[in-house]
Design a binder for this molecule. Structure first.
Ligand code: AGP
Length: 606
């Protein structure tokens, strides 16, 4: 999704801005641009497509200067094109923007009536003209305050101005924005990743705050124009792991990294000597929690769905799950006895953040499970549980999903023992099993060649289905999501037992269907459902686990066995072949695996 970089320096900045924009490529984007201020003029360079194209243009025309802003755009208003790429500049003001200006149509009408001429189809351009308009009669601070009052929606904005050549302005409402500090230069970035090659010292703006970034200092202001002091945070160095290694794609690297990332996470959370889970210092009394609400989007939502089964199984707490974009607009009954858990890899997903914000405003207990610990969701939750899996660059979430599952599982175990829902003996036995996961995940990765073979049929299919029961149902949803987002093949995840209530009609001769049926309590039932699919011509790829007893099924197309582990932990293993299946299907089709079309890593707009 969109990303911002700004620099105020005494040296030329375009090259540095372009390098920082490359750091933001993982977010997904369709065009890029940079504007610099030099000798009293604003110079823009913009292009459709990759930052590489921008770099090539820059290498030819050397448009440079000591003060500048850059942007990668993910289209919301107006098609991806050079014209709609940011920055959007008038003669005196240049603007980059993340988010959406909800009242842009009405503002545009007023501005056109006042004589402004628009070049693009974007909502962002109204910001450029609005500031230019206010600056006719006001100083810079008053103009920004007036602009903040007029704009509706969510935004992070970076601005440079012809008549204020010593400043870069940053403004935030709803979308994250960070300020970074360097030697005789200072920076603006949509997150700390954007600034990581330049500094690890950052300050995050809060909603309705703005800042003036000078070369040698930064001034922060509140929504009423008061000067404020803000904390400087040192961001963790773990975010520096961006190397693809010997892998062709980040996604392949991230799938194969899972034994290591799960091990690292276990190390953080499990005291192996005392066989105890180090989830402590809850800001509330655990025994007062009667219900848990798990909230997330996409893959993170699937980890919430999986955790529902665990929490129901191992504790007496009631559990509900919710998709953040639905939760935030529903009439919610907030209960004091409820704990709200927000799951998000990036910690910046706009809908999940809005759901958290709503809960905070209603004084609810909030806990977040995130990968990026400096993120907005982590910063604004009462309690944070990091998943410790290192940066995930591929747009399709893989290692973060397993990391989320692990933290949710450990949290469930901790709650269950603290509330005495399970015995100490059972708790210790489960800890012992979970410690086996890195080894079992590694062994399960050896199914890669078999999966690669099966992927051909999925890549060329008109559509496919992913079926499972119990814990395997959310994993079916996750497998289908991966295939859709990477191979652009229609895939539907369904509870296996629901097939005969409608979707069975979709099954036709040769349709590839994944059935997830490890030998758990649902096994026999799922195998019966599988048989119904096979009888109607479905070509079934069965994902089960190693066992001595043979599966009594006729006409099964292929079977892949993951390792064997206790039932609760099977989702960690059955997920692996599904990640590989989507990866190889996309690979066969020649798609851009790390940056699938239309998608972004960090979804910072609604
Ligand atoms: C996963 O493969 C997706 N790209 C997507 O569903 C993602 O999980 C979702 O957008 C939520 O992101 P978050 O975890 O950063 O909040």
């Amino acid at each position: 999704m969109c990303g911002i970089v700004g620099i105020n320096s005494s040296k030329p900045v375009t090259g540095v801005i372009i390098n920082s924009l490359k750091k933001l490529e993982y977010r997904g984007y369709d065009s890029a641009g940079v504007a610099v201020l030099n000798d009293g003029l604003i110079n823009e360079t913009k292009c459709e497509g990759r930052v590489e194209n921008l770099e090539n243009i820059f290498l030819k025309n050397k448009n440079d200067g000591p003060v500048g802003i850059g942007h990668v755009r993910w289209a919301t208003h107006g098609i991806p094109s050079q014209l709609n790429a940011h920055p959007h500049s008038s003669e005196s003001v240049s603007v980059v923007h993340n988010g959406i200006i909800e009242n842009s149509t009405i503002l545009k009408k007023h501005l056109i009536r006042a004589g402004h001429q628009f070049k693009s189809q974007t909502d962002t351009e109204v910001i450029t003209h609005l500031i230019s308009e206010y600056l006719k009669k006001n100083d810079l601070k008053t103009s920004i305050l007036k602009m903040l009052k007029r704009l509706h929606g969510s935004f992070a904005i970076g601005i440079i101005l012809k008549n204020f050549p010593d400043v870069v302005v940053g403004v935030r409402r709803g979308s994250p924005l960070a300020v970074g500090y360097g030697p005789n230069e200072n920076y603006l970035g949509s997150d700390s990743y954007a600034l990581k090659t330049m500094t690890n010292k950052v300050t995050y703006l809060d909603d309705d705050e703005f800042c003036f970034i000078y070369k040698d200092h930064v001034e922060f202001y509140s929504a009423d124009g008061e000067k404020i002091n803000k904390e400087i945070i040192e961001v963790s160095s773990e975010q520096s792991d961006y190397d693809k290694g010997n892998f062709k794609h980040y996604m392949a690297k991230e799938i194969h990294e899972q034994p290591v990332t799960i091990k690292a996470c276990l190390k953080e959370y499990i005291d192996q000597i005392n066989q105890n889970i180090n989830i402590i210092n809850f800001p509330w009394d655990i025994n007062e929690i009667e219900n848990i609400k798990l909230i997330g989007c996409g893959t993170a939502y699937h980890s919430c769905l999986t955790a529902k089964y665990w929490i129901e199984q191992l504790t007496n707490i009631e559990v509900e799950t919710d998709i953040a974009s639905e939760f935030r607009y529903r009439k919610n009954r907030f209960k004091k006895s409820q704990l709200y858990i927000f799951v998000s890899q990036s910690g910046e997903t706009a809908d999940t953040y809005a759901a958290l914000d709503l809960c905070k405003k209603n004084n609810m207990k909030t806990c977040s499970i995130v990968n990026v610990i400096e993120s907005s969701i982590a910063r604004d939750s009462d309690y944070v549980l990091p998943i410790h899996c290192g940066p995930e660059v591929g747009v399709a979430s893989t290692k973060a999903f397993l990391g989320q599952l692990l933290v949710l599982y450990l949290l469930t175990l901790k709650l269950s023992v603290e509330r005495k829902d399970v015995s100490q003996a059972k708790y210790k036995e489960k800890i012992k099993s979970v410690l086996m996961l890195p080894k079992l995940i590694k062994e399960t990765l050896s199914t890669e060649n078999e999966i690669q073979e099966a992927a051909k049929d999925f890549a060329h299919a008109k559509g496919s289905m992913f079926l499972g029961r119990g814990y395997s149902f959310p994993i079916a949803l996750e497998g289908a999501l991966k295939l859709k987002e990477l191979a652009y093949v229609h895939a539907e995840g369904y509870p296996a037992g629901e097939m005969k209530h409608g979707p069975l009609a979709l099954i036709e001769q040769g349709m590839p269907v994944v059935v997830i049926a490890p030998r758990d309590e649902f096994y026999k039932k799922t195998v019966s459902n599988m048989q119904e699919v096979i009888s109607r011509g479905g070509k079934v790829l069965l994902i089960s686990n190693k066992s001595t007893d043979e599966i009594s099924s006729e006409n099964l197309w292929k079977k892949i066995d993951v390792e064997t582990v206790n039932d609760d932990l099977l989702p960690f293993l059955t997920t692996i072949p599904l990640q590989l299946l989507a990866y190889y299907a996309a690979h066969i089709l020649g798609y851009d695996i790390d940056k699938p079309r239309n998608l972004a890593k960090s979804v910072t707009v609604e």
